[in-house]
Design a protein around this ligand. Sequence first.
Ligand code: LFR
Length: 483
Amino acid sequence: MKRVAAVDLGASSGRVMCAEVGPSVLQLRELNRFWNGPVRVHGTLHWDMLHLYRSVLDGLQLAGPIDGLGIDSWAVDYGLLDRAGRLLSNPVHYRDSRTDGVMERVLSVIPAADLYAVTGLQQLPFNTIYQLAAEELPADAATLLMIPDLLAYWLTGEIGVERTNASTTQLYDVTARDWSDELIARVPAPGARSNGGLPRRIFPRLREPGDVIGSVLPDETGLAPGIPVIAVGSHDTASAVVAVPAENELFAYISSGTWSLVGLELDAPVLTDEARRANFTNEGGVDGTTRFLRNVMGLWILQECQRIWGDDDLEELLRAAADAPPFAVLIDPDAPEFLAPGNMPARIDERCRASGQEPPRSRGAVVRCILESLALAYRRTLRTAQAIADQEVDVLHVIGGGSQNELLCQLTADACGVPVLAGPVEASALGNVLVQARALGEPLPDLGAMRALVRSTHSLRRYDPQGKPADWDAAESRVFGTR
Ligand code: LFR
């Protein structure tokens, strides 16, 4: 039996959990949970890195004796260190507007097909490559670290970038399984339409999930000396997919939180034109797997509505949504205007007017619109993934915080026409501790063994498809045309 701690940082909250992992045992206990989100300073959205580090230390101090700790977080964002190892500035939030228009400029230098052939990554305006092309690299930048790697560096003094997170930068060669020297050399300088290139030396050596990064530096962290810090699937979605409680290979998943990551687990990347045009990503998974998925905007739109309304009673909002008339108003949740923080109810109204729909009149109707629209986007994404990868799917696993949203789970089953199995909620933290436990010697030889342990220790809720499939067909052609 191993006792380990998981640091799991999501885009709206972070948490430190303590776990016991052993034969027939997989038990998590939350040590602390803390706010995370954008902090606007002079117009730029930042992450509050020191608040996160401080909160991580506070949580770890409550853990008692542990055999290891691992860190996962959202992807794409990074910190830059100078030669002395000092963080040059607070990492910028991926929803910041500095990347507006940058993707188009980069693609005029590196054609989209070239980029996809190397990286297999979906086009998201905030991919690391576009963030780096948005601003002049500070002259004293010596090292780029992704968010979990930055925290691991503060804890241990060791430098490196974990592979699953590196795979989200759009500067990683998914076939060679290393940084792409070619793309790094072609990234255009800010404002330029020609090659500027980034210095190759700022990209550190890659680590594998399961590698021991180093041990905790005792003095300033206040933690017991010598605790191993273990690289996990440091991209939160990679860790979450480890904990999908699938019984066989015929499954799809939705990692449901601020984002909804909808897709399949494959043995190898799909780098075809069809996959590129459908904007599917081939992110790196644990044990060399490929996460073939698309980002759907997720519960972010609802979270922003709640913030604008000042209404944190989600249960009540969901009850009202359940009573609101079905299919009244539908939107494409992936429309670019829903990406940046702001007044989502007003943006939904605008979107409705622009598409000839009467805007929703009550909060319940707005929430119904968001959830039905998400379910439609899931259906479309799932069907496209299956068609491209030529894979049958018997069950759709919904994992993460959104798996607690009963109305959304039922609508998802109805829209997709497959049974949904909901849970576990803390999928990222579970994937994180499972990979650590294996690295520390627990007999969990492969993903199948890890998933079997999740299944035998966590109860799942099943939602069978209900209602008329024809209603969803009609809804799909209303929003996306008949393609
Ligand atoms: C989910 C997630 C997604 C990634 C987005 C931005 O938390 O990690 O996988 O696309 O955040 O980093």
